[in-house]
Design a protein around this ligand. Structure first.
Ligand SMILES: Cc1cc2nc3c(=O)[nH]c(=O)nc-3n(C[C@H](O)[C@H](O)[C@H](O)COP(=O)(O)OP(=O)(O)OC[C@H]3O[C@@H](n4cnc5c(N)ncnc54)[C@H](O)[C@@H]3O)c2cc1C
Length: 295
């Protein structure tokens, strides 16, 4: 159904919009490219009294086999950025790809996003999840975000300190807000060749130690600090365990990979199995990092 030039599609499969390649249909799906389209979508959903949910690159999502009710707003076409190489400030839209931005920042001699190269999400998803790696995270370079309220369409800014960042968590996981854009502060004036080298090395290191060749959602569980979820699972000999088409990766035990047409139910069963085994052996309850929608 076209709405002021934006397509709203009914009963559209979401599996191709997740990195796990799993998920039933969205009751309604739209991919806005700018703020006007996003505002139109929100008013349409208000008029029809339909619930809305934003998704990014779907790289931290497990979507149920029966799909998601209401309007799923996929933000990946809402992209673009503006880098100031002199000040190190970057204004970036919520759907911009994190690895793409990391590359551009490195090319401009800006330091601060080298860790982000292997995280296949969007800026919005990274802020919601406080994505991070190698001791760094988006919260360390974020000045503020601009958000739109799903409830009433109000647009406002939130400063870093308002976002209650902690390990893989932020206020935005509780609020009905969509990240429209973010303002990042990186360190200017670095040798771009050196930053590029570090960025490439980081990617190389990750693709050597994590199963990037198969569909996954990255780490399934948060680390129960100071312990590592992957080590606990690995020590129990669970690598390679399968339910249906889903498998605990043989390369990294905190990854569940989609070996062949896995269902969300296969993945959920593996999650529960891991939680039980780890709890029985160590008395530790592992909490999923992956966001589970439509269950
Ligand atoms: C191979 C692989 C490696 C990974 N490595 C890492 C890693 O090292 N570190 C790490 O932290 N993560 C990692 N991840 C997980 C994932 O990439 C991050 O959590 C990422 O930040 C999710 O971004 P996304 O755009 O894909 O969000 P999605 O997965 O689409 O959504 C995640 C959550 O954010 C919400 N959301 C998304 N966009 C918006 C928006 N614009 N406004 C409001 N809410 C929004 C969704 O509703 C959902 O609750 C990895 C994933 C994969 C597949």
């Amino acid at each position: 159904m076209p709405l002021n030039n934006i397509k709203i599609e009914a009963n559209k499969s979401l599996s191709r919009l997740t990195t796990l390649r799993i998920g039933g249909p969205a009751e309604w799906l739209a991919e806005p490219r700018n703020i006007n389209e996003l505002e139109n979508l929100l008013s349409w959903s208000h008029q029809k009294n339909i619930e809305c949910k934003a998704i990014g690159a779907g790289s931290n999502l497990l979507i149920s086999d029966s799909g998601i009710e209401g309007l799923s707003i996929c933000m990946r076409k809402f992209h673009g950025f503006n880098i100031n190489p002199l000040t190190g400030e970057i204004k970036v839209l919520g759907g911009e790809s994190l690895p793409c931005l990391a590359r551009k920042a490195a090319n401009s001699g800006l330091k601060g996003l080298e860790w982000a190269i292997g995280i296949p999400g969007t800026i919005g998803g990274a802020v919601v999840m406080n994505a991070g790696a190698q001791g760094s995270s988006i919260s360390k370079i974020l000045k503020s975000v601009q958000v739109i309220s799903i409830k009433d369409g109000e647009i406002f800014e939130l400063d870093n300190k308002d976002l209650q960042f902690s390990y893989r968590n932020s206020l935005l996981q509780k609020e009905n807000l969509i990240v429209i854009s973010a303002l990042l502060q990186l360190e200017p004036g670095h040798d771009h060749e050196k930053i590029n080298r570090i960025t490439k090395l980081n990617l190389h290191q990750r693709t050597n130690t994590q199963p990037y060749h198969l569909p996954s959602c990255g780490s399934v569980f948060r680390n129960p600090k100071p312990l590592k979820a992957g080590t606990l699972i690995d020590n129990l000999g669970l690598k390679g365990t399968r339910v249906g088409g889903a498998e605990i990766s043989k390369i990294h035990a905190n990854f569940i990979v989609n070996r062949s047409q896995a269902s969300a139910s296969d993945v959920r069963q593996l999650i529960v199995l891991i939680q039980k085994k780890v709890k029985d052996a160590y008395g530790v309850l592992l909490h999923p990092e992956v966001k589970q929608l439509g269950f």
